[in-house]
Each structure stands twice: as C-alpha cells, then as structure tokens.
Design a protein. Structure first.
Length: 158
C-alpha cells in the first residue's frame, strides 16, 4: 500500500446484480484497509466489475430494481380488498447515470408528464412523511427549493 494509513477501517462495496428474470445477488468487493477510497476509486471499481468480472447472464440493477429490492414494492389495496404492487416513485429515470449530471428543470413544469416541480415536491414530501424515509438531494436546484418550501423550510421557488 503506497497510501498513508488514515483510519482503522476496511471498506467493502456491496454491488446489487440481477439477471433481469428474478434472480438477484450481491457481490462484495474489498476496497482495502486503512484508507478512505475516493468517490472516483469506488466508481472505477464498480465499472471494472461491470465490464470485466460480472457473472454470465447478470448485470447491475437499475435504480428502480435496486430500490424495490431494498425496500420492497409499494403495496396498495383498493376498496374491494384487491392488492396491487407498484414501483416506488423516484426522481429521474431508472438509469444511475442520470444522477451524474442533473437535468435542468423549468420551475413551471418538469419533462415527466407535465407535472409541475411544486406538485412533484409536494408528492415526494408526502410520501417521505408517510413512510418515514428522509428525502435525499437527488434533484435539480428548483426541485430542492420546492421540496424545502413544501416542508416549510424555505421560501416559495420562483
């Protein structure tokens, strides 16, 4: 190890994979001892695993697959007692790369179904409150400002 020791730690990556047909798995990859890996080192290691070491027939999970696997699908029941399962509402699409460079959104409407940023923020705050799951910083600045406004923490976005 050429890097100076930084802490009494061992860092492992746990990467979620699927065959897309119902088989899922978690691959654990060690990132070394005694040092904090950088974000770029983590990204590079995931990319190397995906391109060179992935088991045959498997791929990295999409955001939606990973989120549904982590928390289970949302369950809804209608007045007749019929149960349906739904995917979680998430900012952005299913691809992880969409988090790399946030898409600019108009304060009036987003690109997804003409829903306003304020409506999207209110929906996310409501879901977060009902499920007790904190909201992360996974949207553009307009969405973050609208979320803060909906939570009563900020002013109304322009």
């Amino acid at each position: 190890m050429t890097q100076k020791l930084q802490a009494p730690i061992e860092v492992d990556l746990k990467i979620s994979i699927t065959d897309g047909q119902g088989k899922i798995g978690t691959v654990t990859i060690g990132m070394g001892h005694g040092a904090y890996p950088t974000e770029q080192e983590l990204r590079d290691r995931v990319a190397k695993f995906a391109s060179e070491e992935m088991p045959d027939g498997f791929r990295l999970m999409t955001k939606r697959e990973w989120f549904n696997n982590l928390f289970g699908q949302c369950r809804d029941q209608d007045d007749d007692g019929e149960v349906t399962y739904m995917d979680w509402a998430m900012p952005g699409g299913d691809d992880w790369a969409e988090n790399e460079q946030p898409q600019a959104e108009s304060p009036a409407t987003s690109e997804e179904g003409g829903q306003s940023v304020q409506e999207k923020a209110e929906m996310l705050v409501g879901i977060s409150a009902r499920l007790g799951i904190p909201l992360g910083n996974d949207g553009g600045p307009e969405l973050q400002a609208a979320i803060e406004a909906a939570q009563g923490k900020g002013s109304t976005p322009v």
